[in-house]
Design a protein around this ligand. Structure first.
Ligand SMILES: [Zn+2]
Length: 67
């Protein structure tokens, strides 16, 4: 039972690696792995931190400028 708990804990930690940045604009189409991505430099709105799952849920795709 303890092992399962540790496993779940590790999973939630690795989930933090799935964080991405999005421009909080109605015209935003992409999410970004890097806060200083050139695609985000054009953002005139607030830059928000979210997860890949959340970003894709609202219809965003991975930014074309990412490596
Ligand atoms: Zn980007």
């Amino acid at each position: 039972m303890k092992l399962i708990f540790i496993f779940l804990l590790l999973c939630s930690f690795s989930g933090a690696d799935g964080n991405v940045f999005i421009c909080d604009s109605p015209n935003a189409t992409a999410y970004h792995y890097k806060r200083d991505c050139r695609g985000l430099n054009n953002c005139k709105h607030e830059v928000k931190k979210t997860t890949v799952a959340e970003a894709e849920k609202i219809g965003l795709k991975l930014c074309g400028w990412e490596d």
